[in-house]
Write a protein that binds this ligand. Sequence first.
Ligand SMILES: [Mn+2]
Length: 337
Amino acid sequence: MQSTLIIGDIHGCHAELLDLLDRAGIGDDDLVVSVGDLVDRGPDPTAVVELFRRRPRSLALCGNHERKHIRGVLSYSQQVARLQLGADYEDHVRWMATLPYHWERDDVRVVHWGLYPGVPLDEVPEDVRAGTTSGDARLRERFGDRPWYEFYTDDKPVVFGHSVVGPEPLVLRDRIFGLDTGVCHGMRLTGLLLPQFKLVSVPARADHWEQVRREWQAPVLRTLPWQTMTFEQIEKKIRSLRDPELDPSVLDRVQEWVTTLRGALPQLRECLDAEVARISETAGEEFGRAAAAHPAGSWLLRRRAGKLSPEHLGCSSPQQLLALASAFGVTLSADPV
Ligand SMILES: [Mn+2]
């Protein structure tokens, strides 16, 4: 008889996915359904996505993590996954955008996170089904601090993920199944095998997110547009990325880079002033024309007009400061990491 295996949040844990398919005895004719959150935090999102894209009898719902990629809202774990997915990233995200927000059959309902009990699933807002922050706000409005499933009284079983319930799945009244057992955090990957409604589960091979977040920190930081961010944005970014559990060395390097760049300002001010004085002397009335031909022309004109702050010389970003430095042949590192 054909089986259906509904799997909780996989989050890029491909080895455990294979373990689970094996443990559940899933063959090519069986149907594999993911509640969503195929990617982010785990070591191998590419293999997980490709498995669902290639396997004929498979289906993945859109989780809040896919939705972040689709909407281009990339926090740290999405920035990591974007690098992990590599050249195929855009293509995989286009595929994510085709995923449904729920799946329903005569014997079961599946959703990544929330629903309104008694309301048909396709009438429940997408963000509630996906479990985004805005969806959570809607649920709170309706149910207060109690989870939606405590209000679920239907006879039809409902399966969801999204909220880590611990290493063991949540089972209420034998028909409410919360399957996110935190495999990416070193707990377990859990599936529900139909038609028996039998729980199957395998242990995580490691606390993947703990490792992945460290391993990808430097590559992610390298992708940030440090040169064109303002110095203010850089300081803010560094503060927001400081995490006592992460290796601070990359952020320290960015901080040092900024300090070095800014440290060159007095020297650049001297260069500017010397050049303003020289051009004034040689060009006299023609200062404007002579200065405009200089690579630091706009700085010279502003400096002479008293319109440059002596502290930052009108350089609000590294890119501007580097341009000024290069106009005077001062060599500074353009790359922090
Ligand atoms: Mn999740």
